[in-house]
Design a protein around this ligand. Sequence first.
Ligand SMILES: Nc1nc2c(ncn2[C@@H]2O[C@H](COP(=O)(O)OP(=O)(O)OP(=O)(O)O)[C@@H](O)[C@H]2O)c(=O)[nH]1
Ligand SMILES: [Mg+2]
Length: 415
Amino acid sequence: MGNSNSRSEDEYQRERREAEARAAEARQREEEARRLRERIEEMERLAWEEEQRAEESRRREEEARRARERRWAAEEEERRRREEERRRRDEEEAERRRVMQETMERAEQERVRAEREKAESERQAAEARRQEEEAKEQAERMRRLAEEMRVQAEEAARKAEEAKREAEDRLMRGIPPDLHPNAEERMGFRERYGLQTNKINIAIVGESGTGKSTLLNSIRGLSAGDDGAAAAGFDETTEVVEGYLDPCKPFIMWYDVPGANTPNVKGWTYFIDQGLYVFDILVVVFSGRFTETAGTLLENANKCSIPTFLVRTKADSLMRCAKEDTYPHLSDGAAKELVAKNTRDMVAKNLKKMGLPEQRVYVVSRPAMKEWVVNGRQSFEMIHEVEFLDDVMKMLQSTVPGASASYLDAKLVSA
Ligand SMILES: Nc1nc2c(ncn2[C@@H]2O[C@H](COP(=O)(O)OP(=O)(O)OP(=O)(O)O)[C@@H](O)[C@H]2O)c(=O)[nH]1
Ligand SMILES: [Mg+2]
């Protein structure tokens, strides 16, 4: 038992020590807990202070932030204001520039327009000057043209007057302005005169009383009173155109034609009225002076391409007169020469005056022609009778269409 007590004590002691140790430990822990609590409190206080400080700091921070924000806002406002100001100034500047630009553009446009208008007005002025100049030139041209036309008109009027006078003159002289008989008229005259195509039809034409019928008779070897002879005389004798066959050359028909320039036969219409254009050859006769009638007959015949012979008749009377008009009297030969020369000169002068080509003239007389034709002898009056007859034959051979020697022979045969 004693042992059990000792051990309980011990245990007690140990337990007590252990309890004390534990109490001490609990106290220590409590102390520690207290100190911990204090530290916690301290820490909490510190934390609170810290928090307060932090709060203060945050508050300050917040204030600072707000202040910053206000400053920023102010700065922003200022910046915005400045920006606005700048923008406004920029806009104003832009507007000013735009206005200035517009003004300058308008000014430039105005200047260009003014220059254009100036150029246009200068151009118009130049054009007006040019037109005025042109109008002046045109007026001058028109004036010159009018002057030219007036001169031309005067010239034309003068020519027309001249032509009219000439036409009247020519008409009075028996030269028709346009000598173109138609086929009907030609046929009418050919039938009326009994013209035969197998004959050479030669008409003796000229003024009345020049000795046409007498020349025709003497060529045929006849006198006025002979059978088959043409009537001849002092007064107007031949009244109608009549054909007479040549006794030696039966292919020739000689036509006696009434004389011109009588109350019955007007000189200026003689050629047309007598249808002289239907004959193959015309023998144009004059006896005294070379008259206009003879010249007109030559001209009309030329127009119709009819060959002509120009014959001056009554050479015997002319020679007689030439001898009587001179002293001492001329010989027959000299008188012949004189008559032939005077006749040539007179004809040449008058043909020239009438604008007709030169033409040979034959000077003949009734007695010389008849003596030659009937007896083959040359009388003292003979001048150009033989040459005339020979030349007529030569002309038949050379100028009448187809009148070669064989043609004439054929005509002779058929006649
Ligand atoms: N001395 C002379 N007289 C002539 C000659 N030829 C004609 N005679 C005369 O002149 C006049 C007129 O002659 P004509 O033969 O009738 O004259 P024309 O030209 O036929 O006359 P018209 O038929 O009226 O046109 C007549 O008296 C003729 O005798 C001639 O050569 N010598
Ligand atoms: Mg007659």
